[in-house]
Design a protein around this ligand. Structure first.
Ligand code: PMP
Ligand code: GLN
Length: 382
C-alpha cells in the first residue's frame, strides 16, 4: 500500500482529479456527477439537521433507513429482508467492503475477483493479508470465461467478490454467470460478496442481484450505496444486506472502523430509496443518453469503443489511434485534448496490466454540454 520510497501511494482517482485541477482539463477521470441529485433528498438532509438529528445513530444505522433498504429490496427484487437483523448501514460501499473483507478473510485465504477490479478491492484484500486471485474480463464484451471462473475458485477460496454492474468495464453480468458463481460458492463453501453500487444505472438490460438466485441468499453479502443512485457521492452512506449471522460478523468489524455514520444523511437516503419508480427509470435514461453522446464522440475521435450496459463509465481502446500505452496517453491527454481519463491498467494486477495496456476509462456522469465539449476536444486526437 506504500510506494517504494515509503509514501502513501495516492489512488488513481485522486491523482487524476488533481491533474484535472492543475491543468483545467475536463475531468472524465473520477466517477462523480457534476449535478445535484433529487431535491427531496437534499431537502430531507437539511430538515434532519434542523430537526436535531445530529448525534450518534444506533450501531446498525437508523431504523428509518434500515427499513427503507429492506423495502427497496422487496420493491425492486422481491426479496424479503428483516430490517432489524439483515441490514447494516455503513460509511459508503467502501466501508461495507472493508468491514466485510476484514470480517471474512484471514491471512492466506483466497479472494476471487474479476479483473480489471475496482482499486479498493486490491487494497482491502492486502489489508486482510488475503491472497487475491482474478478472473479476466476480456474483449470483446468484457465477459468472464466460465472455464477460467471455475478454475479460479477452489477450496482455498473464502470469498468470491463480484462487482455488478462492473466498474470500470460497464459490464452487467448475465444470469448464467451469476448461476455459475452460486454453484461454485456452494461447491467450495465460499461467501459471495457482491458490490452493486451501480444497481440502478443500467441501460436497456436487467440488473440481476445475485442474492435473488436460488441458493444464493444464505451465503451472500450484498453491498450498495446512495452515492451513485442519488448523485450524492460525498455523503458516504452505504449498506449491506445479508443473513443475521453475516451482518453480526461485519458489524463486529465495522464498530471499530467508524462506529456509526452521518446521522442526518440517513433519513435523507431513506427518502431517496422511497422515490417513485419513475425517478430510477429517468435517472438511468438520462445517463444512457450521456453514454451514447460520449461513446459516439470517442468513436469519431478514432477510439474503439465498448458501449457499456451499465455504470458511469465507457472503456475505449486507444490502439487504433496509435497509442499502445494508455497510462502514458492519460498523462498527456490534458495537453493533447484538455480531458482527463483513467487508464484501465490502474484497475489491474501488475501481472495482468499488460493485457489491458491500451484501454482508457472515460466517465460520462457529466452535464451534456461538458460531454459535448470533451467530445469536440477529443476529436483533435484523430
Ligand atoms: N464500489 C465501486 C464499484 C465503486 O465504483 C465505488 C465508487 N464509486 C465504490 C464501491 C465506493 O462507493 P462509496 O462511495 O459508496 O464508498
Ligand atoms: N468510484 C469512483 C470511480 O471509480 C471514484 C471513487 C474514488 O475516488 N475512490 O471513479
Amino acid at each position: 500500500l506504500l510506494s517504494p520510497d515509503g509514501r502513501i501511494a495516492s489512488t488513481i482517482f485522486a491523482e487524476m482529479s488533481a491533474l484535472a485541477q492543475a491543468t483545467g482539463a475536463i475531468n472524465l477521470g473520477q466517477g462523480f456527477p457534476d449535478e445535484d441529485g433529487p431535491a427531496e433528498v437534499l431537502e430531507a438532509a437539511r430538515r434532519a439537521i434542523a430537526d436535531g438529528i445530529n448525534q450518534y445513530p444506533p450501531g446498525l444505522g437508523m431504523p428509518v433507513l434500515r427499513q427503507a433498504v429492506a423495502t427497496h429490496q422487496q420493491r425492486f427484487y422481491g426479496l424479503t429482508v428483516d430490517a432489524d437483523r439483515e441490514v447494516l448501514i455503513t460509511a459508503g460501499a467502501t466501508e461495507a467492503l472493508a468491514a466485510t473483507i476484514l470480517a471474512l478473510v484471514d491471512e492466506g485465504d483466497e479472494v476471487v475477483t474479476l479483473e480489471p477490479f475496482y482499486d479498493a478491492y486490491g487494497g482491502l484484500i492486502a489489508l486482510a493479508r488475503g491472497v487475491h486471485r482474478t478472473v479476466p474480463l476480456r474483449l470483446p464484451g468484457f465477459l468472464p470465461d466460465h472455464d477460467e471462473l471455475r478454475a479460479a475458485v477452489t477450496d482455498r477460496t473464502k470469498v468470491i467478490l463480484i462487482n455488478n454492474p462492473h466498474n470500470p468495464t460497464g459490464t452487467v453480468l448475465p444470469r448464467e454467470t451469476l448461476e455459475l458463481i452460486v454453484e461454485l460458492a456452494h461447491e467450495h463453501d465460499a461467501v459471495i460478496v457482491t458490490d452493486e453500487v451501480y444497481e440502478h444505472l443500467v441501460f436497456g438490460v436487467q440488473h440481476i442481484p445475485v442474492a435473488t438466485l436460488p441458493g444464493a441468499r444464505e451465503r451472500t453479502v450484498t453491498i450498495s450505496s446512495a452515492g451513485k443512485t442519488f448523485s450524492t457521492t460525498g455523503w458516504k452512506i452505504g449498506w449491506i444486506v445479508s443473513t443475521p449471522e453475516l451482518v453480526t460478523a461485519v458489524l463486529a468489524v465495522k464498530q471499530f472502523l467508524t462506529y456509526v455514520n452521518g446521522a442526518p444523511f440517513q433519513p435523507a437516503v431513506a427518502v431517496g430509496l422511497g422515490l417513485p419508480e419513475s425517478y430510477f427509470r429517468e435517472t438511468a435514461g438520462t445517463l444512457q443518453a450521456k453514454r451514447d453522446l460520449l461513446s459516439q464522440g470517442l468513436e469519431k475521435a478514432g477510439f474503439d469503443v465498448t458501449v457499456p450496459n451499465g455504470t458511469y463509465f465507457v472503456v475505449a481502446d486507444a490502439a487504433p489511434l496509435g497509442y499502445r500505452d494508455a497510462a502514458t496517453l492519460c498523462r498527456e491527454l490534458p495537453a493533447l485534448a484538455g480531458v482527463v481519463a483513467v487508464p484501465i491498467s490502474a484497475f489491474c494486477s501488475d501481472e495482468h496490466a499488460g493485457e489491458y495496456a491500451s484501454l482508457v476509462r472515460f466517465a460520462f456522469c457529466k452535464k451534456v454540454d461538458v460531454l459535448e465539449r470533451a467530445a469536440a476536444q477529443l476529436a483533435r486526437l484523430g
